[in-house]
Ligand binder design. Sequence first.
Ligand code: HEM
Length: 913
Amino acid sequence: MSDHQRHARNYSSVSSQPDVQCLVCTRPFTLDAEVADTFEALAICRECKATVLNDDGRDEITSSSRQTARRGQRSRTSSIDSLEDTFLQEFSQLISLARQGREADIDLSSLVPQHASYNLTPNRSQRWHASDDESDGLNYVDSVFGEIESTISFGDYGGDSDTSLDEHSVTARRISIQLDNDTYMNTDTDIDPMNAGLDQWDSDDQEDVQESGFNEAVNTIPQHQQQSHDIQLSGLSEDESEDAVWNWSVTIRHREIMTNLIEDMERPEMRTALVGNPDDYVDARQFEMLLEQFAEDSNSRKGAPPAATSFIENLPSVIISACHQIEGDVICPICKDLIPTRARAKQLPCTHLYHSSCILPWLSSRNTCPVCRYELPTDDAEYERSKQAITNVRDIQVVGHTHLRESVEEISDESDVEVTHQLAIGAMEETNTSEHDARVAEQPNSARRSRGWFFIAAAPVLCSVVLVQHPMDEDYEDKEEVEEARHKGSQAYLAVWQHQGDEKNPARTQVLAEARQQQLHVHPLPASPSLEGNLWPSVPILNRGAMEILQVSDTDMVKDIGRWTPSELGKPTYLKKSRKALFGGGLFTENGDEWAYQRKIIAPEFFMDKIKDMIQLIEDATVPVLEAWEAMISDAGGCKEIVVDDYLRNLKYLPTKSNQEIRTLDEQVRLLILDVAKEQHHHQDAHNSLLNAIIDAAQDGRSAEETEDFIVGSCKTIYFGGHESTAVTAIWCLMLLATHPEWQERARAEAIEVCQGRTPLDIDALRRLKIVTMVIQETLRLYPPASLMMREALTDVKLGNIDVPRGTIVQVPRLLLHLDKNAWGADADEFRPERFANGVAAACGAAHMYVPFGHGPRTCVGQNLAMAELKVVLVRLLTNFAFSPSPTYRHSPAFRLTIEPGFGLPLMVTRLP
Ligand code: HEM
């Protein structure tokens, strides 16, 4: 019986459990009164569970859990509330971890289960490859709403873009998307501290690796004996863990096993067995040794060379001041020590700050920023030539595939390089070409390491993507992976596209012949009328090893996407796994009958007649923010800089991004949701009809485990959908209103006229808010939180005049639609809410070119709620405060889980009289 089955059984039969003694504190407790979860098998009371689950940095949660335990006998309402609070906190942390997310991994990692293994790195140490099974589900490709999670940066990545927002376009001028599936697992950046062995110098991250090793050992315990729990062990020894408290995900059945394991862990030989090759894990003290090793080993190293001596010598120093500390204390990323106010620090062009003594040795070995891998000049002529070659490749607008590939190979140090260049579709203009921009955008090192880089030049220019390498090329070295993917039942590698001109290209002819031989679909792409003699079609295909992604921004094709049912054109199947931690098996990721069933349950709960009963709740939620701001502003004498997104998100910054944390959180969130559901189930309460609807629907003919999965998935989906996208939209609204005072005034005047004296607000008032609605619509156009729509052709479909074979992944970049000048006019990249004065259709000609809430059958169920929330929040904020830009704001929209201000949103907030 699986954990979940056991838990599920407990869930349904909890009320009759006898008293038991807690194994940890020996206190007798009643399972009924405590929490019924997998800890019961170990007979651990809730209070001890809270302690056990605690890890550093989550004290609040623990204390909240403890409080929950202490309040065990209090009223049911407060018990549900506290469970909900704890759930909200923990799920928020899960989201936050995903937002911090690693650079994306699109390809086999999301398709092909990988097995834990060691890999030999260029510096001849071994590296642990986490097994896919152990993965948290957050390292993958997709992002919110099934998108490819990427590092998309607009404008000056990591730098001060210093945008004058009043005068210029509010959207950035270039979007680069990095698909970098190797950054976390296996790249030649193993000597890059943020991506490999060296990141273990951070005790937080050490957990990951240690844990991986530990899991391997634990995995030797027979499956039938296993249950998943999280226990906390103190540091292993002073030598190896100075002050860390290490969290281990353990899999055990009996207390004895746990005890034995803990004892075993203390034995040195066991430690070695569990943590793998100690050489792989470098802490700060070993850093210098490692640098020496690099120096000695430089001949065999394939990675980047040292930074140029002249660059190092001229590296500017900065004095740390308040403006560096906007986001908190400045910590040197290498030694993790504070760089105090007025201290001198070295700043790289990407703006990351280091102690001089930390960064200079590093740069004498590597030419990348340890944090972001921003690439610095070198004295290595060959390397610089290679870099230039990549730049040249990108500059070529239309390049034959074979030729392109040759160029890349010349400079590549990895066989699986994917190069990108921009494929012109219609007119393509160059975007901002400042030296800094160019350097950041090029980042050849990353390009070479990553499996896929591609660029989308966005506002004010529309163009699209490109790609480059075809996986079936004769020399494609990932063939085995592709084969493996196919054998493992991946649906994603079923089609090969035949491009115009392929018949003249021997390599492609070979590819197609091979594909046919392997009985893959070979589908012709129509000739592009816009590019004469090009080898690439007007509809670009992004090839990702085992996946072919069709990039769609053509208006007819987009329109057609909405016409196919979710059984024909559904959410990519890999999503169910890759976004499991965030969404479970909820509406976001389901297809077919399961999707239809869930949608039928959930959608009616967001109809307008339900929303009107929620307005009071929404308003109540704004009160703490209003009160907090009022207090801060009055203390500051009437005007204060406030980082508004901190409040609107109400998420705490999390210092670590360890898998362990995500996994622990995921499990905790699951348990908490089930606790809330159980409370709700035993005490029917009309207050939360959505939850009741979900619980009732969940029990409809499902097994206990499926019931739980249904409840957990649905709750996560609703919470995520309801929280993240709406919060980030509210944040962008405030930014745009702060930088467009005339619109702020108009929106405020309307809010005062319509809503003043109306407490509570009601649905009629919200409906009369025309200006505010236009502002929200325009904000969603410029910053659609869900920036990509991803689909998988679950059957052969036709989009526009293109036959799309089953298995193809279809990607629609919403932003490109929203900024399309043909649809929106020459001012597409400007903030002009008046364009919506006569509705969406009048604003852009074709309603499907405006899709912030999606379109077709999978359109957002929560859009009514989202609009109501946004209106209430804006009305209450605008009638109480005035907003203006803060000088410390750096405009750098970033794609994390949603598109959000990369450096937060500080605004000057003034209390209105
Ligand atoms: C400004 C706020 C919001 C935006 C921009 C937004 C956007 C979207 C988009 C674009 C989709 C479609 C994804 C796709 O095409 O694959 C979607 C789906 C969904 N949204 Fe929202 N959303 C917002 C708020 C909400 C809220 C408040 C809820 C619920 C509380 C919610 C729940 C959902 C759910 C359950 C789906 C999945 C629908 C399905 O696949 O059938 N969203 N949302």
